[in-house]
Design a protein. Structure first.
Length: 137
């Protein structure tokens, strides 16, 4: 699937967000440049964890859904200014251990050639809600 655009718009960022909520890696990658970079909100480096190149970025995107099978980014708000853009959202998801996460976050984008060249993610650091034990139910 190829989404070649003259410029990235708010509508494009909403379509990108919709693809995240469908857990559609192929659709997501259609918005990304060939030399794309994803900087995750967590990791050992100051930038979180940096994934460079289409294969690494796609694998990182899929890993989010593996860690949070019901991952959802709601209440999305976007803005675009030239070659930069931001999406704000509320992330909700249940980890495979049953713990639930709900946090606000944002993605800061750099665009090149009508595609997303850099997706730099940030989210609040909030502890997950512990899943109820079998004894308490």
């Amino acid at each position: 699937m190829s989404n070649v655009m003259a410029e990235v718009t708010i509508e494009v960022l909403q379509a990108f967000a919709d693809a995240w909520n469908r857990h559609d890696a192929a659709a997501l990658m259609s918005f990304m440049s060939d030399d794309c970079v994803f900087e995750a909100s967590a990791g050992p480096d100051a930038c979180g964890t940096r994934y460079a190149g289409r294969e690494a970025v796609q694998a990182a995107f899929v890993q989010v859904w593996t860690a949070f099978p019901d991952a959802h980014w709601g209440d999305a708000r976007h803005f675009v200014h030239g070659e930069r853009g931001v999406s704000e959202w509320t992330f909700t998801g249940t980890r495979t251990d049953g713990n639930r996460v709900e946090v606000h976050g944002c993605d800061v984008f750099t665009f090149r050639g009508g595609k997303i060249a850099l997706k730099d993610s940030y989210r609040k650091n909030r502890p997950p809600v512990t899943a109820p034990s079998a004894e308490s139910t």
